[in-house]
Design a protein around this ligand. Structure first.
Ligand code: GH3
Ligand code: MG
Ligand code: MG
Length: 527
């Protein structure tokens, strides 16, 4: 527990309680003390007064008796003799004196004046000692005699002091008793509060299993109960948060991994929409591209709230993700946007990857497949033909005297001519055929399911098409260009290597035979 006010330097609640109690209790206790003291004083005085009255009654009665006896003997006794006789009925603590005309005539302090009014007890001083005294009225039948009973004030004072001590002791005992009760009460409150504070500290340290013992049904028990319920809620919430965090972590991890392992755009889009749907708790969602739906997850047709996330890839509009779910707060929208942003990066990477891949397989001058791509295609087709049975025909074409064109018109015109031949190939080949640049001014056609005769037909078609094509040099002059063709089929050659060698040899043969012609190992066709 931390002290909150500088006003109260006392840190313990039980001492504060005790202090409050002392302030609240001391005023009535002091009042009671003075009240009780006055009462006790009066009581002690009354006790002494009635004792004095009893003394005098006894003295007067004793004196009358003595007088009667004396008369019978016809003998008058002096007071000095009578007084000791009647003293027997007097309280041993008191003095008894006989008084005549305001002066003591018998008993202690004989001859001294006594200043007492008859009938009313009063304070008086005799021989330096203070007394409380009571005087009878004059007993007329016995020669103006009065009796006075005297109780020493010292005795009265001692009684007062004893009474005062008794009162003080009782009040002190009462204060002590109540004080102890208050202290114990404070102690029990403080213990409960300390238990609460300790438990709260434990919870603050992350130990959410901590609970406070609830005993009784008072307000403290209610506070403890409320505290326990709060701790339970916190624990529950933390478990939920932990679960959510783990799920988010797994989603992010899986998402990141999925985005890096594939450059397949279709697969990427599916992963993206699935992840965003899961992360936002949506019913479903789909990616809408320029030409329609590209991927979907869950059920986006259910009744719910919509959220649209645009996908801009490489600075261009790619499409948008449309989500449908029970609701999207700011946090969920942020999550979805952040995932969409990551998705954008992955899609950009996929596009770049595709471009690089394309560049690796395409000849940049002609836009046809390059040597590597042609070799891969050829290997694939040969393998398929060998596996399933069938044929593959390879046609190699080489531009005739191309060096001369370069020399005559310059390299840019040579490039133009290469481009024109590539266009010719493109126009002639079927969908399933592949055309590419074999290298320099050499080109290749791969014709699956075609024998050498079919290859010759295709080569002749190219030859015809090239003959009718108008090619212009950079300076506008027409360029006449022919090519020689070597044709070979797998079924004749046997293996891939033999096929290439046979086609090459056939081409060499066509060149030797005079160029602008188609040759197979077996047959040569002339224009
Ligand atoms: P042949 O009829 O025997 O094939 O004669 P040719 O001149 O075509 O053969 P050669 O192998 O002597 O010359 C090939 C020429 O092709 C040489 C080279 O400069 C040219 N060439 C190769 N690649 C390119 C290219 O990309 N652009 C241009 N402009 N010329 C190229
Ligand atoms: Mg050549
Ligand atoms: Mg050539």
């Amino acid at each position: 527990m931390r002290p909150t006010g500088a006003m109260w330097p006392i840190r313990s609640f039980k001492f504060k309680l005790l202090l409050y109690f002392a302030i609240v209790a001391l005023v009535p206790v002091c009042g009671s003390y003075f009240g009780f003291e006055t009462l006790a004083k009066r009581h002690e005085t009354q006790k002494v007064d009635s004792r004095l009255r009893a003394d005098l009654r006894s003295a007067v009665a004793g004196y009358s008796q003595q007088l009667d006896t004396a008369e019978r003997r016809a003998d008058v006794l002096p007071l000095v003799v009578v007084l000791p006789r009647i003293r027997a009925g007097i309280d041993p603590r008191d003095l008894l004196v006989a008084v005549q005309d305001g002066r003591i005539v018998a008993g202690p302090n004989r001859g001294a004046e006594i200043a007492l009014a008859p009938g009313a007890p009063e304070r008086t001083v005799l021989g330096g000692t203070r007394y409380r005294g009571l005087l009878t009225s004059t007993l007329a039948a016995a020669g103006n005699v009065q009796f006075a009973a005297l109780a020493p004030e010292r005795e009265l004072a001692a009684a007062y002091t004893a009474a005062r001590w008794r009162i003080a002791a009782s009040l002190f005992a009462a204060v002590l008793l109540f004080g102890s009760l208050v202290y114990l009460l404070g102690l029990s409150i403080v213990r409960t509060l300390r238990r609460l504070a300790e438990a709260a500290d434990e919870i603050a340290r992350g130990r959410l299993r901590e609970r406070v013992q609830v005993s009784g049904r008072d307000e403290f028990a209610q506070v403890a109960g409320a505290f326990n319920r709060m701790a339970e809620q916190l624990e529950q919430r933390l478990i939920e948060l932990e679960g959510e965090r783990r799920r988010a972590h797994e989603v992010t991890l899986g998402f990141g991994k999925a985005l890096t392992v594939t450059h397949d755009v279709e697969l990427l889009l599916r992963v993206i929409v699935e992840t965003i749907v899961e992360a936002t708790g949506a019913f479903g969602g789909f990616v809408e591209g320029r030409k329609g739906e590209l991927a979907r997850a869950g059920d986006p047709t259910l009744d719910g709230q919509h959220l649209e996330l645009p996908l801009t890839v490489g600075g261009e509009f790619f499409g948008r993700i449309i989500l449908n779910g029970p609701g999207f707060d700011e946090e969920l929208e942020e999550t979805a946007s952040s995932l969409a942003a990551q998705a954008t990066v992955a899609l950009e990477n996929a596009q770049l990857h595709r471009l690089v891949e394309w560049q690796a397989l395409i000849d940049p001058l002609t836009g046809l497949a390059n040597r590597r791509s042609l070799e891969e295609s050829l290997a694939e087709e040969v393998a398929r033909a060998q596996r399933l049975g069938g044929n593959v025909c390879l046609v190699l074409a080489d531009l005739d005297r191309f060096k001369a064109i370069n020399d005559k018109f310059g390299h840019p015109t040579g490039d133009r001519a290469l481009h024109a031949f590539a266009q010719t190939l493109r126009e002639v080949v079927r969908e399933i055929d592949s055309a590419g640049r074999w290298g320099g001014e050499e080109f290749a056609l791969i014709l699956p399911g075609t024998d050498a005769a079919g290859g010759v037909v295709a080569a002749e078609r190219v030859q015809d098409s090239l003959a009718s094509r108008k090619i212009e040099a950079v300076n506008g002059e027409p360029v006449h260009m022919t090519a020689s063709y070597g044709v070979a089929a797998l079924n004749d050659a046997g293996t891939l290597e033999a096929l290439v060698t046979a086609a090459d040899e056939a081409l060499y043969q066509a060149k030797r035979q005079g160029r602008d012609r188609v040759a197979t190992a077996a047959r040569i066709t002339t224009p």
